[in-house]
Ligand binder design. Structure first.
Ligand code: DX5
Ligand code: ZN
Length: 222
């Protein structure tokens, strides 16, 4: 059985001080800090700058799983790796061509980070299948990108099963991560279907015992 991992989303936190405190409380209970970066044109809202990622990296020891929900950032990808992203995930829809997308994946790799590829719920999985052999992680969005606290889209299960079968049948090794609307019962079903990492925003944030909430998602507590 593969390791079950949890990546804690920074999105629900209200300011930098709270974000740091949250990250430090959960340092030993989670596997990654999921830094949601957004821009107005891609999701209708700006959130978390490059400068903030640098500051997070300077003040925490957690591995940074950076999720870019932005339009093509042109020459800025390397800056995100230099800022401390251990995993840098980009969206399929952000790019004008697959050639450009592959170029950015190469830049991320050349600068020493893992590259992730995500796609919006309305983008068919088939569109990205030919690209998954180039990345280390595929992030399936189980809500519309933009904010935490939405309900999990149940069609995600089928996407996970299809992607897991594709990974197996083609001898590929990328991680499968799912983001949005995760609660423990959903996490359990996702891990059973081959998911490696689940993202948690509001479930862990709104729990009184946040460490315990992380362990519950990972199936390590009842
Ligand atoms: C959605 C973000 C998610 C979100 C998850 O745009 O990518 O990472 O914060 O939050 P929950 O778990 O509340 O859906
Ligand atoms: Zn995210």
């Amino acid at each position: 059985m593969a390791k079950k991992m949890i990546s804690i989303s920074t999105e629900p936190t209200k300011n930098f001080g709270e974000l740091l405190e949250y990250a430090n409380i959960l340092r030993d209970s989670c596997d990654f800090l999921h830094c949601d970066v957004m821009d107005e044109t891609f999701v209708g809202r700006d959130l978390l700058s490059l400068e903030t990622i640098k500051k997070i990296n300077a003040h925490t020891l957690i591995m940074l799983d950076v999720h870019l929900m932005t339009n093509d950032l042109k020459n800025k990808y390397v800056s995100f790796v230099e800022a401390g992203a251990n995993i840098l995930t980009i969206h399929y829809e952000s790019f004008s061509s697959e050639k450009r997308l592959l170029k950015v994946i190469k830049q991320i790799h050349d600068n020493g980070a893992l590259a992730g590829l995500s796609f919006k719920p309305e983008t068919p999985l088939d569109k990205i299948l030919q690209m998954v052999k180039f990345v280390d992680l595929v992030l399936i969005m189980s809500v519309k990108p933009g904010k935490s606290g939405q309900n999990f889209l149940s069609e995600t299960y089928e996407k996970v099963e299809k992607l897991n079968a594709f990974r197996k049948n083609n001898g590929l090794k990328f991680f499968i991560e799912v983001d949005g609307g995760i609660v423990p019962e959903i996490a359990e079903k996702l891990f059973d279907r081959g998911v490696d990492i689940v993202v948690s925003g509001s479930y862990v944030y709104n729990s009184d015992d946040k460490k315990n909430a992380c362990l519950t998602i990972k199936g390590e507590k009842n």
